[in-house]
Design a protein around this ligand. Structure first.
Ligand SMILES: [Mn+2]
Length: 402
Protein backbone atom coordinates (compact mmCIF):
# COMPACT_ATOMS: atom_id res chain seq x y z
CA UNK A 1 0.00 0.00 0.00
CA UNK A 2 1.47 3.37 -0.93
CA UNK A 3 1.72 5.93 1.81
CA UNK A 4 0.71 9.53 1.63
CA UNK A 5 3.65 11.60 0.34
CA UNK A 6 5.58 14.01 2.54
CA UNK A 7 4.80 17.56 1.41
CA UNK A 8 7.33 20.35 1.51
CA UNK A 9 6.77 24.01 0.71
CA UNK A 10 9.91 25.79 -0.50
CA UNK A 11 10.10 29.57 -0.42
CA UNK A 12 12.78 32.24 0.17
CA UNK A 13 13.71 35.90 -0.13
CA UNK A 14 10.85 37.59 1.74
CA UNK A 15 12.92 40.77 2.10
CA UNK A 16 10.41 42.20 4.56
CA UNK A 17 10.90 45.94 4.93
CA UNK A 18 12.45 46.37 1.47
CA UNK A 19 12.11 49.96 0.30
CA UNK A 20 12.05 51.38 -3.19
CA UNK A 21 13.90 54.55 -2.33
CA UNK A 22 13.03 57.23 -4.84
CA UNK A 23 9.35 56.40 -5.22
CA UNK A 24 6.59 59.08 -5.36
CA UNK A 25 4.64 59.42 -3.11
CA UNK A 26 6.90 58.21 -0.29
CA UNK A 27 3.83 56.79 1.46
CA UNK A 28 3.93 53.98 -1.14
CA UNK A 29 6.53 52.31 1.08
CA UNK A 30 3.73 51.50 3.56
CA UNK A 31 1.52 49.79 1.00
CA UNK A 32 4.57 47.96 -0.33
CA UNK A 33 5.08 46.49 3.10
CA UNK A 34 1.51 45.18 2.97
CA UNK A 35 2.18 43.61 -0.45
CA UNK A 36 4.95 41.49 1.04
CA UNK A 37 2.88 40.58 4.11
CA UNK A 38 -0.05 39.56 1.89
CA UNK A 39 2.04 37.01 0.03
CA UNK A 40 3.74 35.81 3.19
CA UNK A 41 0.40 35.08 4.85
CA UNK A 42 -0.91 33.55 1.65
CA UNK A 43 1.96 31.06 1.93
CA UNK A 44 1.11 30.32 5.58
CA UNK A 45 -2.57 29.76 4.72
CA UNK A 46 -1.62 27.59 1.76
CA UNK A 47 0.65 25.44 3.92
CA UNK A 48 -2.05 24.93 6.54
CA UNK A 49 -4.88 24.34 4.06
CA UNK A 50 -2.92 21.89 1.95
CA UNK A 51 -1.54 20.01 4.94
CA UNK A 52 2.09 20.65 4.11
CA UNK A 53 4.57 18.89 6.44
CA UNK A 54 7.56 21.23 6.25
CA UNK A 55 7.96 24.87 5.18
CA UNK A 56 11.51 25.56 4.07
CA UNK A 57 12.69 29.18 3.83
CA UNK A 58 16.06 29.51 2.12
CA UNK A 59 17.17 32.84 3.52
CA UNK A 60 16.64 36.61 3.43
CA UNK A 61 13.59 36.93 5.65
CA UNK A 62 14.21 40.57 6.37
CA UNK A 63 15.76 43.15 4.13
CA UNK A 64 18.00 44.28 6.98
CA UNK A 65 19.69 42.44 9.82
CA UNK A 66 17.98 44.88 12.22
CA UNK A 67 14.41 44.75 10.93
CA UNK A 68 11.65 47.15 11.95
CA UNK A 69 9.55 45.93 14.85
CA UNK A 70 6.46 45.50 12.66
CA UNK A 71 8.33 43.25 10.23
CA UNK A 72 9.50 41.04 13.04
CA UNK A 73 6.01 40.90 14.53
CA UNK A 74 4.53 40.00 11.13
CA UNK A 75 7.09 37.24 10.54
CA UNK A 76 6.51 35.87 14.06
CA UNK A 77 2.78 35.76 13.35
CA UNK A 78 3.49 33.93 10.09
CA UNK A 79 5.63 31.35 11.90
CA UNK A 80 2.99 31.02 14.62
CA UNK A 81 0.23 30.29 12.10
CA UNK A 82 2.28 27.46 10.63
CA UNK A 83 3.84 25.81 13.66
CA UNK A 84 0.59 25.90 15.64
CA UNK A 85 -0.82 23.63 12.91
CA UNK A 86 1.94 21.14 13.59
CA UNK A 87 3.93 22.07 10.49
CA UNK A 88 7.70 22.38 10.68
CA UNK A 89 9.38 25.64 9.67
CA UNK A 90 13.07 25.50 8.78
CA UNK A 91 14.85 28.78 8.07
CA UNK A 92 18.43 29.54 7.08
CA UNK A 93 20.04 32.97 7.21
CA UNK A 94 20.59 34.85 3.97
CA UNK A 95 23.06 37.66 3.39
CA UNK A 96 20.42 40.20 4.39
CA UNK A 97 19.81 38.45 7.70
CA UNK A 98 23.43 38.52 8.78
CA UNK A 99 24.42 41.43 11.03
CA UNK A 100 27.39 43.32 9.63
CA UNK A 101 28.92 44.12 12.98
CA UNK A 102 30.20 41.62 15.51
CA UNK A 103 28.00 41.19 18.52
CA UNK A 104 24.87 42.42 16.73
CA UNK A 105 21.96 39.99 16.72
CA UNK A 106 19.15 39.41 14.28
CA UNK A 107 15.81 39.02 16.11
CA UNK A 108 15.38 35.72 14.24
CA UNK A 109 17.77 34.36 16.82
CA UNK A 110 15.19 35.34 19.41
CA UNK A 111 12.68 33.00 17.81
CA UNK A 112 15.29 30.28 17.76
CA UNK A 113 16.12 30.85 21.43
CA UNK A 114 12.44 30.65 22.34
CA UNK A 115 12.69 26.97 21.43
CA UNK A 116 9.38 26.98 19.64
CA UNK A 117 8.29 23.48 18.81
CA UNK A 118 8.52 22.87 15.05
CA UNK A 119 10.75 25.90 14.40
CA UNK A 120 14.42 25.95 13.34
CA UNK A 121 16.60 28.87 12.38
CA UNK A 122 20.17 28.27 11.24
CA UNK A 123 22.47 31.24 11.43
CA UNK A 124 25.54 29.06 10.83
CA UNK A 125 25.96 25.74 9.10
CA UNK A 126 25.30 23.13 11.79
CA UNK A 127 27.63 20.15 12.31
CA UNK A 128 24.80 17.68 11.87
CA UNK A 129 21.92 17.49 9.42
CA UNK A 130 18.48 18.17 10.87
CA UNK A 131 16.46 14.96 10.87
CA UNK A 132 12.66 15.22 11.07
CA UNK A 133 10.45 12.18 11.59
CA UNK A 134 7.11 12.54 9.85
CA UNK A 135 4.52 9.76 9.56
CA UNK A 136 7.11 7.03 9.91
CA UNK A 137 9.62 8.53 7.52
CA UNK A 138 12.86 10.34 8.16
CA UNK A 139 13.71 13.51 6.29
CA UNK A 140 17.32 14.68 6.51
CA UNK A 141 17.89 18.38 5.92
CA UNK A 142 21.35 19.77 5.20
CA UNK A 143 21.24 23.51 5.93
CA UNK A 144 23.88 25.88 4.56
CA UNK A 145 23.07 29.52 5.38
CA UNK A 146 24.76 32.32 3.47
CA UNK A 147 28.50 32.50 4.00
CA UNK A 148 30.14 35.87 3.50
CA UNK A 149 32.82 35.48 0.79
CA UNK A 150 34.84 38.27 2.43
CA UNK A 151 35.21 36.21 5.59
CA UNK A 152 36.18 33.14 3.60
CA UNK A 153 38.93 35.11 1.89
CA UNK A 154 40.28 36.53 5.11
CA UNK A 155 40.10 33.56 7.39
CA UNK A 156 40.25 30.41 5.35
CA UNK A 157 42.80 29.24 2.83
CA UNK A 158 40.22 27.74 0.54
CA UNK A 159 38.17 28.94 -2.39
CA UNK A 160 34.52 29.78 -1.81
CA UNK A 161 33.37 26.97 -4.05
CA UNK A 162 35.62 24.46 -2.30
CA UNK A 163 34.27 25.57 1.05
CA UNK A 164 30.70 24.93 -0.12
CA UNK A 165 31.81 21.61 -1.62
CA UNK A 166 33.37 20.63 1.69
CA UNK A 167 30.23 21.50 3.69
CA UNK A 168 27.99 19.63 1.26
CA UNK A 169 30.38 16.66 1.34
CA UNK A 170 30.31 16.57 5.13
CA UNK A 171 26.51 16.49 5.14
CA UNK A 172 26.46 13.77 2.48
CA UNK A 173 28.72 11.59 4.59
CA UNK A 174 26.66 12.12 7.74
CA UNK A 175 23.37 11.50 5.94
CA UNK A 176 24.76 8.26 4.50
CA UNK A 177 25.50 7.16 8.06
CA UNK A 178 22.03 7.69 9.46
CA UNK A 179 19.80 6.18 6.84
CA UNK A 180 17.08 8.70 6.09
CA UNK A 181 14.23 8.24 3.61
CA UNK A 182 14.61 11.62 1.93
CA UNK A 183 17.48 14.08 1.68
CA UNK A 184 17.03 17.82 1.25
CA UNK A 185 19.75 20.42 0.81
CA UNK A 186 18.92 24.05 1.51
CA UNK A 187 21.37 26.88 0.85
CA UNK A 188 21.59 30.60 0.23
CA UNK A 189 24.13 31.17 -2.52
CA UNK A 190 24.74 32.19 -6.11
CA UNK A 191 24.93 29.37 -8.62
CA UNK A 192 26.94 30.03 -11.76
CA UNK A 193 24.05 28.64 -13.80
CA UNK A 194 21.43 30.99 -12.28
CA UNK A 195 19.63 33.55 -14.42
CA UNK A 196 18.66 36.98 -13.15
CA UNK A 197 18.17 40.56 -14.34
CA UNK A 198 21.55 41.72 -15.64
CA UNK A 199 21.48 45.00 -13.80
CA UNK A 200 21.47 43.47 -10.33
CA UNK A 201 24.78 44.85 -9.05
CA UNK A 202 24.52 42.97 -5.77
CA UNK A 203 25.52 39.68 -7.39
CA UNK A 204 28.28 41.05 -9.58
CA UNK A 205 31.12 40.75 -7.12
CA UNK A 206 30.06 37.48 -5.59
CA UNK A 207 31.75 34.18 -6.30
CA UNK A 208 29.53 31.84 -8.30
CA UNK A 209 29.27 28.24 -7.33
CA UNK A 210 29.06 25.56 -9.96
CA UNK A 211 26.08 23.25 -9.53
CA UNK A 212 28.48 20.28 -9.39
CA UNK A 213 29.47 21.48 -5.89
CA UNK A 214 25.97 20.61 -4.62
CA UNK A 215 26.06 16.85 -5.31
CA UNK A 216 22.67 16.90 -6.98
CA UNK A 217 22.70 13.13 -7.51
CA UNK A 218 22.70 12.49 -3.78
CA UNK A 219 19.77 14.70 -2.75
CA UNK A 220 16.06 14.44 -3.52
CA UNK A 221 15.57 18.19 -3.71
CA UNK A 222 17.83 21.23 -3.45
CA UNK A 223 16.08 24.36 -2.11
CA UNK A 224 18.00 27.53 -2.87
CA UNK A 225 17.52 31.15 -1.98
CA UNK A 226 19.27 34.40 -3.02
CA UNK A 227 18.25 34.83 -6.67
CA UNK A 228 14.88 36.55 -6.92
CA UNK A 229 13.81 34.94 -10.19
CA UNK A 230 12.20 31.53 -9.68
CA UNK A 231 13.95 28.85 -11.68
CA UNK A 232 14.92 25.24 -11.96
CA UNK A 233 18.53 24.38 -12.60
CA UNK A 234 19.48 20.88 -13.67
CA UNK A 235 17.28 18.11 -12.38
CA UNK A 236 16.70 18.87 -8.71
CA UNK A 237 17.94 22.37 -7.99
CA UNK A 238 15.36 25.12 -7.50
CA UNK A 239 15.43 28.79 -6.65
CA UNK A 240 11.97 29.60 -5.30
CA UNK A 241 12.58 33.30 -5.98
CA UNK A 242 11.29 36.20 -3.90
CA UNK A 243 7.68 36.49 -2.74
CA UNK A 244 7.20 39.95 -4.27
CA UNK A 245 8.87 42.03 -6.93
CA UNK A 246 11.51 44.01 -5.13
CA UNK A 247 13.02 46.24 -7.82
CA UNK A 248 11.83 47.30 -11.27
CA UNK A 249 14.29 44.83 -12.77
CA UNK A 250 11.90 42.12 -11.59
CA UNK A 251 8.89 43.72 -13.29
CA UNK A 252 8.34 40.94 -15.88
CA UNK A 253 8.83 38.06 -13.42
CA UNK A 254 6.05 35.77 -12.21
CA UNK A 255 6.73 35.12 -8.54
CA UNK A 256 5.93 31.76 -7.01
CA UNK A 257 6.85 29.05 -4.51
CA UNK A 258 7.28 25.30 -4.87
CA UNK A 259 5.41 22.35 -3.43
CA UNK A 260 7.49 19.19 -3.35
CA UNK A 261 5.93 15.79 -2.81
CA UNK A 262 8.22 13.05 -1.60
CA UNK A 263 6.35 9.85 -2.32
CA UNK A 264 7.15 6.17 -2.37
CA UNK A 265 7.24 6.37 -6.14
CA UNK A 266 9.51 9.42 -6.37
CA UNK A 267 9.61 13.18 -6.15
CA UNK A 268 7.23 15.62 -7.82
CA UNK A 269 7.52 19.39 -7.87
CA UNK A 270 4.73 21.86 -8.51
CA UNK A 271 5.11 25.61 -8.96
CA UNK A 272 2.45 27.74 -7.26
CA UNK A 273 2.11 31.33 -8.55
CA UNK A 274 1.92 34.35 -6.24
CA UNK A 275 -0.08 37.45 -7.02
CA UNK A 276 2.14 40.51 -6.94
CA UNK A 277 1.81 44.25 -7.16
CA UNK A 278 2.05 45.00 -10.89
CA UNK A 279 5.21 46.80 -11.89
CA UNK A 280 5.90 48.30 -15.27
CA UNK A 281 8.75 50.11 -16.95
CA UNK A 282 7.79 52.56 -19.72
CA UNK A 283 9.91 54.74 -21.97
CA UNK A 284 9.08 58.03 -23.63
CA UNK A 285 11.20 59.80 -26.17
CA UNK A 286 10.54 63.50 -26.57
CA UNK A 287 12.52 65.75 -28.87
CA UNK A 288 11.73 69.45 -29.17
CA UNK A 289 8.35 68.65 -27.69
CA UNK A 290 5.64 71.12 -26.76
CA UNK A 291 3.41 70.96 -23.72
CA UNK A 292 0.66 69.29 -25.70
CA UNK A 293 3.09 66.73 -27.24
CA UNK A 294 4.22 65.87 -23.74
CA UNK A 295 0.74 65.60 -22.23
CA UNK A 296 -0.51 63.62 -25.23
CA UNK A 297 2.34 61.13 -24.86
CA UNK A 298 1.49 60.64 -21.19
CA UNK A 299 -2.15 59.98 -22.10
CA UNK A 300 -0.96 57.56 -24.78
CA UNK A 301 1.03 55.39 -22.37
CA UNK A 302 -0.55 51.98 -22.54
CA UNK A 303 -0.22 48.64 -20.83
CA UNK A 304 -0.15 50.07 -17.31
CA UNK A 305 -2.20 47.76 -15.06
CA UNK A 306 -4.38 49.38 -12.42
CA UNK A 307 -2.62 49.81 -9.07
CA UNK A 308 0.81 49.49 -10.66
CA UNK A 309 4.14 50.88 -9.68
CA UNK A 310 5.55 52.67 -12.70
CA UNK A 311 9.10 53.42 -13.67
CA UNK A 312 8.96 56.08 -16.35
CA UNK A 313 12.08 56.77 -18.37
CA UNK A 314 11.92 60.00 -20.34
CA UNK A 315 14.64 60.46 -22.94
CA UNK A 316 14.66 64.03 -24.06
CA UNK A 317 16.78 67.00 -25.02
CA UNK A 318 17.91 69.46 -22.40
CA UNK A 319 15.52 72.20 -23.47
CA UNK A 320 12.42 69.96 -23.46
CA UNK A 321 13.36 68.49 -20.09
CA UNK A 322 13.67 71.91 -18.52
CA UNK A 323 10.91 73.92 -20.17
CA UNK A 324 8.33 71.19 -20.76
CA UNK A 325 8.82 68.03 -18.69
CA UNK A 326 9.82 69.72 -15.45
CA UNK A 327 7.35 72.56 -15.85
CA UNK A 328 4.31 70.46 -16.70
CA UNK A 329 5.20 67.44 -14.61
CA UNK A 330 2.45 68.11 -12.03
CA UNK A 331 -0.08 67.83 -14.86
CA UNK A 332 1.48 64.59 -16.12
CA UNK A 333 1.53 63.20 -12.61
CA UNK A 334 -2.18 63.92 -12.25
CA UNK A 335 -2.88 61.84 -15.38
CA UNK A 336 -0.76 58.96 -14.09
CA UNK A 337 -2.60 58.83 -10.77
CA UNK A 338 -6.14 59.67 -11.87
CA UNK A 339 -6.38 58.18 -15.35
CA UNK A 340 -3.74 55.45 -15.33
CA UNK A 341 -4.53 54.58 -11.72
CA UNK A 342 -0.93 53.94 -10.68
CA UNK A 343 -0.07 53.88 -6.96
CA UNK A 344 3.43 55.28 -7.31
CA UNK A 345 6.16 56.10 -9.76
CA UNK A 346 9.85 56.49 -10.21
CA UNK A 347 10.90 59.06 -12.81
CA UNK A 348 14.18 58.83 -14.65
CA UNK A 349 15.15 61.58 -17.06
CA UNK A 350 17.85 60.90 -19.63
CA UNK A 351 19.34 63.68 -21.68
CA UNK A 352 19.70 62.92 -25.34
CA UNK A 353 19.74 64.92 -28.53
CA UNK A 354 22.17 67.70 -29.39
CA UNK A 355 25.23 66.48 -27.52
CA UNK A 356 24.69 62.78 -27.98
CA UNK A 357 23.77 62.90 -31.65
CA UNK A 358 26.82 64.91 -32.67
CA UNK A 359 29.34 62.71 -34.51
CA UNK A 360 31.81 61.24 -32.02
CA UNK A 361 35.24 62.77 -32.36
CA UNK A 362 38.33 60.51 -32.37
CA UNK A 363 39.35 61.89 -28.95
CA UNK A 364 36.08 60.72 -27.41
CA UNK A 365 36.40 57.33 -29.01
CA UNK A 366 39.05 56.13 -26.57
CA UNK A 367 37.37 57.53 -23.48
CA UNK A 368 35.58 54.36 -22.38
CA UNK A 369 38.83 52.40 -22.41
CA UNK A 370 40.71 55.20 -20.66
CA UNK A 371 38.11 55.49 -17.89
CA UNK A 372 38.22 51.75 -17.23
CA UNK A 373 42.04 51.72 -17.26
CA UNK A 374 42.07 54.65 -14.88
CA UNK A 375 39.84 52.81 -12.39
CA UNK A 376 42.05 49.73 -12.73
CA UNK A 377 45.09 51.72 -11.69
CA UNK A 378 43.45 53.09 -8.53
CA UNK A 379 44.73 51.89 -5.18
CA UNK A 380 41.54 50.22 -4.08
CA UNK A 381 40.32 46.68 -3.39
CA UNK A 382 39.45 44.90 -6.63
CA UNK A 383 35.81 44.53 -5.57
CA UNK A 384 35.47 48.30 -5.21
CA UNK A 385 37.14 48.76 -8.58
CA UNK A 386 34.85 46.26 -10.27
CA UNK A 387 31.83 48.07 -8.87
CA UNK A 388 33.24 51.46 -9.91
CA UNK A 389 33.80 50.16 -13.45
CA UNK A 390 30.25 48.95 -13.60
CA UNK A 391 28.87 52.31 -12.50
CA UNK A 392 31.16 54.09 -14.97
CA UNK A 393 29.94 51.83 -17.78
CA UNK A 394 26.33 52.63 -16.94
CA UNK A 395 27.06 56.34 -16.99
CA UNK A 396 28.92 56.06 -20.30
CA UNK A 397 26.03 54.12 -21.79
CA UNK A 398 23.62 56.72 -20.58
CA UNK A 399 25.48 59.64 -22.18
CA UNK A 400 25.96 57.60 -25.33
CA UNK A 401 29.74 57.11 -25.35
CA UNK A 402 30.77 54.47 -27.87
MN1 LIG B 1 20.21 37.02 -0.67
Amino acid sequence: MSREPIKILHTADFHLGARMGSIVPPSVEDSRREDFYRNMFYIADYAVKNKVDIVIISGDIFNRPDPAGKDFVAFSEFVGKIVSSGIYVVVIAGNHDKPKTTGARNPLEGLQKANLPYFWYFKHTPDEPLVLSIRGRKIGIAAIPYIDPKIVKLEIEISYENLIKRLVGRFVEKLRGINVDYKILMAHLLLAEAKFAEIFPIYSTEPRISRRALQEEFFDYIALGHIHRPQKIGEKIYYSGSIEKITFDEAPEQKSFYIIELGDGGVSVERVPLRCRPMTVQQLELLNASRSDFIRSIHALSGIPMGALLKLIIRSDDETLRSIVDKYWPEAQEILFKEKRIVGYCLKKIKIGAAASRPISPEIRGVRQKVLEYIDRLQAPSKVKERAKEIAKNIMDEVGLP
